[in-house]
Design a binder for this molecule. Structure first.
Ligand SMILES: NC(=O)c1ccc[n+]([C@@H]2O[C@H](COP(=O)([O-])OP(=O)(O)OC[C@H]3O[C@@H](n4cnc5c(N)ncnc54)[C@H](O)[C@@H]3O)[C@@H](O)[C@H]2O)c1
Ligand SMILES: O=C(O)C[C@H](O)C(=O)O
Ligand SMILES: [Mn+2]
Length: 539
């Protein structure tokens, strides 16, 4: 390829019509572009006008991905201008639709690395082929066994790694040339993909057990060797692997599991936001987690740690939790408990009707939760009967239906307000427009880990922290308090996505400061480190 085309085809270098006359001369672009030199403002305005002509969400996403594929600077400049509008398009919920249509709509590899569990010997070469001479600092890896709540999507799940990284840059300002999305293709147990002639992944059932975990070990090892200054972010692994991988590596390398830790932080931040509104104490609450999987147990752990920080003993704190999963309320003798569930189970002797506590309504009747969080993937399960029963025993029920995407949410925010006469303090996983109910306009907080992981990861990277530990996660959860006026009628429990870029800096600084305070870095000035690391979309 000639020099000119190599530059124009490189999304990290390309400026399109914005190359100046001098740059055109120097880079061999003279005569290669139409004469007019445009500014980034002009490019953004014309690109946005084209975006507005697209009618369906999937077309909008396709269009934005073309901009992203062509010119990263312009893409992030534009996203900075339209963050609230673009988030649901490039990220959740439209990303779910794009994953479900990946094979038919395949555009480009999008600078991701494609690894196959059957070929551990190709890991190093594959990583190096994609990263080239770029100084990689952030990797988002998925094996796509549990994409949002839509299940196993094999190689098609790569979009979630790409999308999560787009949010990192848009929210926190991580240099997009320093990131690497990775797909680990371990096969798929999704029969639809195995039967689809267009499927782009390896056509076999998931490889599990030793061979799988050996591959992960080798992958982590190669990442640490090739990119020693990087943060390794795991996304949408399965219930049987996510926690195990995190437990193995969290004290050894700079790593983060978004579904466990990111979700835990944002849910705790939302509950703390609810406490600011209701003026209640966290330690007076009873927590019910519906769907005690990867996310549900991450949330329970963060809430539990906070109760202990607020002075409860571990034994007292555990008594505040009730886990409900497929089996109903989880008891110490329930079959099929996960390692993470075991410490939070209850005893049958606590209840006269323990054997009847096999569904959510029965459990709500028996335990009177005051905070109920859904990560079950079961739509509509926070129904009118359940919510009214809960609301009969508490003034301000805190209810977070967090399952994604939209079609899987345990409830709709508007229904929760209606069924509780506006008393519910609600946060959802996907964005919800303001709701006017009985004369009050309610803003609905978005308890999606996207509101927190960019600041967390960026803060840790900015000070080159050795690890991301529980204190840093707690610092992030507390960083969002004070950003919403809790006395405004209809106030949200979390700050709005429109302020994402602002509060991500604050989260990053708090996380960086925590690393400094704990001696996990040699740097000393969190504010300066975060400011210095920030990438801006400009030519
Ligand atoms: N808002 C956020 O930031 C956020 C973050 C992570 C996950 N999530 C959502 O949470 C959901 C779960 O994700 P995960 O990664 O924890 O998946 P997971 O598979 O690890 O956990 C889901 C849990 O729900 C349980 N479950 C299934 N059917 C049930 C039923 N009928 N009743 C009760 N429990 C049932 C499963 O047994 C499992 O334990 C997904 O929809 C995901 O999108 C949201
Ligand atoms: O991707 C999201 O929207 C949040 C979360 O990580 C999820 O798996 O649902
Ligand atoms: Mn996820």
């Amino acid at each position: 390829m000639n020099k000119a085309m190599a530059i124009l085809n490189d999304p990290f270098k390309n400026k399109g019509t914005a190359f100046t006359q001098e740059e055109r001369e120097r880079l061999g672009l003279t005569g290669v572009l139409p004469p007019r030199v445009k500014t980034i403002e002009e490019q953004a305005a014309e690109t946005y006008a084209l975006f507005e002509t697209k009618t369906s969400n999937i077309e909008k996403r396709h269009f934005l991905m073309e901009v992203f594929n062509t010119n990263r600077t312009l893409f992030f400049y534009l996203m900075g201008q339209h963050i609230t509008e673009f988030m649901p398009i490039v990220y959740d919920p439209v990303i779910a639709e794009s994953i479900e249509n990946y094979n038919e709509r395949y555009q480009r590899p999008q600078d991701a690395v494609y690894l196959s569990v059957k070929h551990p010997e190709r890991i190093k070469k594959s990583l190096a082929n994609v990263s080239g001479d770029r100084d990689i600092r952030l990797i988002v890896v998925t094996d796509a066994q549990g994409i949002l709540g839509i299940g196993d999507w094999g190689v098609d799940g790569v979009d979630i790694a790409v999308g999560k990284l787009m949010v990192y840059t848009a929210a926190a300002g991580i240099n997009p040339a320093q990131v690497l999305p990775v797909s680990i293709d371990a096969g798929t147990d999704n029969p639809k993909l195995l039967d689809d002639p267009n499927y782009l992944g390896e056509r076999h059932q998931r490889i599990t057990g030793q061979e799988y975990f050996d591959f992960i070990d080798r992958f982590v090892d190669e990442v640490e060797k090739l990119y020693p200054k990087s943060l390794l972010h795991f996304e949408d692994f399965g219930r049987g692997t996510a926690a195990r991988i995190l437990d193995k590596y969290q004290d050894k390398i700079l790593t983060f599991n978004d579904d466990i830790q990111g979700t835990g932080i944002i849910a705790l931040a939302g509950v703390l936001g609810a406490m600011n509104i209701s003026k209640e104490k966290l330690t007076d609450h009873t927590f019910l987690t519906f769907g005690a999987g990867t996310a549900g147990m991450g949330i329970a752990k963060m809430l539990y740690d906070e109760l202990v920080r607020q002075g409860l003993t571990p034994e007292e704190a555990k008594k505040h939790f009730y886990l409900v999963d497929k089996q109903g309320l989880l008891f110490d003798d329930t079959e099929g408990l996960t390692e993470k569930q075991k410490p939070f189970t209850r005893q049958r002797s606590e209840f006269a009707n323990a054997d009847e506590l096999t569904n959510l309504l029965a459990v709500v009747k028996a335990v009177h939760p005051t905070v109920m969080i859904g990560t079950s993937t079961q739509p509509g399960t926070f129904n009118e009967a359940v919510v009214k029963e809960m609301a009969a025993h508490t003034d301000r029920p805190v209810i977070f239906p967090l399952s994604n995407p939209t079609k899987l949410a345990e409830a709709k925010a508007a229904d929760l307000l209606k069924w509780t006469n506006g008393r519910a303090l609600v946060a959802t996983g996907i964005p919800v427009a303001d709701i006017t109910y009985q004369g009050v306009t309610y803003q609905i907080g978005q308890a999606n880990n996207a509101l927190i992981y960019p600041g967390v990861g960026f803060g840790a990277l900015a000070v080159q922290a050795k690890q991301l530990n529980d204190n840093m996660l707690a610092a992030a959860a507390h960083a969002l308090s004070g950003l919403v006026d809790p006395d405004q009628p209809g106030a949200a429990v979390l700050p709005p996505v429109s302020k994402l870029a602002e509060f991500s800096q604050r989260v990053a600084q708090r996380v960086a400061q925590s690393a400094i305070d704990q001696g996990l870095t040699t740097m000393t000035d969190a504010k300066k480190a975060v400011a210095d690391a920030k990438w801006e979309p400009k030519y």
